[in-house]
Design a protein around this ligand. Structure first.
Ligand SMILES: Nc1ncnc2c1ncn2[C@@H]1O[C@H](COP(=O)(O)OP(=O)(O)OP(=O)(O)O)[C@@H](O)[C@H]1O
Ligand SMILES: [Mg+2]
Length: 340
């Protein structure tokens, strides 16, 4: 049995060979402070965010695409994997996606969190690589492919060819930062205190990055900063566009940087094929148009962009099995990073 894991800042997804994606839950763990015991993980723990009594804490163990709280991450991964891998006898091999430029210590934290479940081997692979594979691009040939994987805590952009990354850059900035921008704006402009989950709902409902064809409104509910009483305000698309634009432009700059750093022959390929967007944040209205306007290259969103990384992990699993079966492939280009 082989498993793929996309351990994301906001969501954890699991792929099992021959079955496909079988788990997609919030990367949240809730624990009892006094007993130091996990109470809930995944979507169940997400529902507790901002609503817990003092005795319970609900937190995201990953921040900016890397593990910030190792014990909590370990417990969360363990419990989520137990949901999908019920047999105790099978020690699975695991392919896990990671941001492009993380440190050895951060890689080790991912390996440890997964190994605690009892696995045979862990293979790490950069998420831009799996995202391109999941989006259906052939990354093994000499043709250049450019992908930008835009998530909650990180944005990664890369130009790939021959199974490797020609240029790869990561910034710890993504959808979560836009949520923060909205929280701060609502507080400042309307003296209304809201939590990040409400800001995320607002971003998904009315967030956009080019002038909206049709203004939408969203009712933001929170607590009045002065009276402390519940209150709401209605915000619209144009207003939220201005609030999240600065963060979006930093992501556009990342994409520009990667293009500028790529060898001219590969840029030629990217120019004719366009840039492919993956990750949940790619779904925000107008992102392809904003990027395209600034880099003057066509940009398209992969179908179901949030699943490209995990689907690519699935393809990488098949690749391991194929190499095993076919001795001749042992000397071929291997897109997987060192195994642990
Ligand atoms: N329809 C949508 N419109 C706008 N934003 C969206 C939409 N759907 C998801 N998002 C945002 O996409 C982000 C989640 O994307 P994704 O699942 O790729 O992140 P992740 O893999 O958990 O994070 P990371 O890769 O950064 O560690 C969240 O910020 C979420 O609010
Ligand atoms: Mg991700």
């Amino acid at each position: 049995m082989d498993i793929g894991i996309d351990l994301g800042s906001s969501r954890t997804r699991v792929f099992v060979d021959k079955k496909g994606k079988i788990l997609d839950e919030a990367s949240v763990a809730a624990y009892s402070v006094a007993e130091n015991r996990i109470i809930a993980v995944g979507d169940e723990a997400y529902a507790m965010l901002g609503k817990t009594p003092d005795s319970i804490q609900a937190e995201f163990p990953l921040q900016g695409g890397v593990i910030a709280q190792s014990m909590l991450a370990e417990d969360m991964v363990n419990i989520l994997l137990r949901h999908v891998c019920t047999s105790k006898i099978v020690m699975p091999r695991v392919v896990a996606s990671i941001p492009g430029d993380i440190t050895e210590v951060e890689k080790r934290a991912v390996v440890n969190a997964i190994s605690s479940f009892g696995v045979r081997r862990v293979f790490l692979i950069e998420n831009t690589k799996v995202a391109a594979m999941g989006a259906g691009r052939d990354i093994m040939g000499p043709h250049g492919t450019m992908v930008a994987n835009l998530g909650a805590g990180t944005s990664n952009a890369a130009v790939l060819s021959l199974g490797g990354l020609s240029v790869n850059k990561t910034i710890k900035l993504g959808g979560n930062d836009m949520d923060e921008d909205i929280v701060k704006y609502i507080r400042k402009k309307y003296s209304l205190i809201i939590g990040n989950p409400m800001a995320e709902k607002c971003k998904i409902a009315v967030g956009c990055l080019t002038k909206p064809a049709q203004e939408k409104t969203f009712r933001v509910k929170g607590r009045d900063a002065i009276s402390g009483l519940p209150r709401f305000v209605d915000v619209n698309s144009s207003e939220i566009m201005d609030v999240i634009m600065e963060t979006a432009m930093q992501i556009v700059m990342l994409i520009k940087d990667v293009l500028e750093g790529a060898p001219p022959e590969l840029v030629g390929d990217v120019y004719s094929d366009g840039i492919i967007l993956t990750g949940g944040l790619a779904k925000i209205e107008g992102f392809p148009e904003l990027i395209s306007e600034n880099v003057e290259i066509k940009v398209e969103i992969a179908p179901e962009p949030e699943d490209c990384v995990i689907e690519g992990c699935g393809k990488a699993i098949n690749y391991i099995a194929e190499v095993e079966r076919n001795a001749k492939m042992k000397n071929d280009i291997n897109p997987l990073m060192a195994a642990y």
